[in-house]
Design a protein around this ligand. Structure first.
Ligand SMILES: OC[C@H]1O[C@](O)(CO)[C@@H](O)[C@@H]1O
Length: 324
């Protein structure tokens, strides 16, 4: 029987980008493998929240690929994309504060298995910024322009970017930002993109350049957003940190879920997003921050189900007003 707490799946929601295996080294010396990849984690979050997303990704024809695909499928994600030989891995070394430093072995290549029509498209991180997958991601964004809510999270992993490749990555970020109604970045992303700049000033500038909603996450300090030229501060949610793996991805997925609830998808989505009341955006972001806090409170990228999220934010009446 379908879970009655879940919304009807609704608009076609597509995430394009890497799925991989995070090999996590913990401060106590233990090493565990868990499925990951920023876009995969966003799809997982949307799946657990009942949105039945598709994930166009690159997995290998190996045991790791099967494990990642099963993990996504079990949460309601439809896994798409042609398989490569080997699944990519990330080595995440956790500090005593739970923060992760990543190195990568990228072996799988993103290859589409068919049309990518969608009413919501989320792209980001490694595939969106680096060759050879960036071209596939850009094609999906082109295909969705005008027909979908386009969302982008650069989720930059500097260790993958050679010094002489930094300008090309910054340019890709700029181009994807220009096509996206929703842009979410971490304060670390902003620091890499605009060294020395105030993250709030950068968010305002990105919004002025055209994104309907810009969100910059500030780690334990919460998040800052700009909508309709209005600043929105979202307080950090107090939590005992186990690790931060997948926290930003969870916030991203829960943010999209909240926007879907408010009717933001399909043709005209950016205008509808702009027309929303900023108070409704703030409510969506508070709920998304609560979702991220759940992920931070447990090991690895384990976003909450809708029931878990409802329990974490019992009083967040996410208003359905769309009248600005
Ligand atoms: O995709 C790049 C990396 O980012 C994460 O998604 C965390 O945000 C990891 O699971 C992955 O290794």
């Amino acid at each position: 029987m379908p879970d009655p707490s879940l919304p009807a799946a609704g608009p076609v929601t597509l995430v394009v980008g890497e799925a991989l295996v995070d090999v996590v080294h913990r401060p106590d010396g233990s090493v565990t493998e868990s499925p990951g990849g920023s876009p995969a984690n966003v799809a997982l979050t949307l799946g657990r929240l009942g949105r039945s997303p598709q994930l166009l990704t690159a997995l290998g024809e190996d045991a790791r690929g099967t494990r990642v695909a099963d993990w996504l499928t079990a949460s309601g994600v439809t896994v798409r994309g042609l398989r490569s030989q080997r699944t990519s891995t990330a080595t995440a070394v956790l500090g005593s504060d739970g923060a992760a430093q990543y190195t990568f072995v990228l072996s799988a290549r993103l290859r589409s298995d068919g049309p990518t029509a969608a009413e919501v498209l989320h792209v980001g991180s490694i595939s969106s910024l680096l060759d050879p997958d960036a071209a596939t991601v850009a094609a999906a964004v082109d295909a969705a322009t005008g027909t979908a809510l386009i969302s982008f999270d650069p989720n930059i992993r500097p260790l993958l970017i050679p010094d002489d490749g930094a300008d090309a990555v910054r340019e890709r970020v700029r181009l994807l930002r220009a096509r996206s109604a929703v842009v979410k970045a971490s304060d670390e992303d902003v620091a890499w993109l605009h060294p020395g700049a105030d993250p709030r000033a950068v968010a305002r500038a990105w919004a002025e350049e055209g994104a309907a909603l810009v969100v910059v996450t500030l780690g334990a300090g919460g998040a800052f957003a700009v909508h309709r030229g209005v600043d929105v501060e979202i307080a950090g949610v107090p939590v005992d940190v186990v690790d931060t793996v997948g926290a930003g991805d969870t916030l991203m997925g829960a943010l999209l879920d909240g926007l879907l609830t408010l009717g933001v998808s399909g043709p005209g989505a950016a205008d509808r997003l702009t027309a929303l009341a900023t108070a409704d955006i703030a409510a969506v972001l508070r709920r998304a921050a609560a979702a991220a806090a759940v992920t931070v409170s447990r090991a690895g990228a384990e976003p909450p189900t809708r029931a878990e999220l409802d329990a974490a934010v019992p009083s967040t009446g996410q208003g359905a007003r769309t009248d600005g």
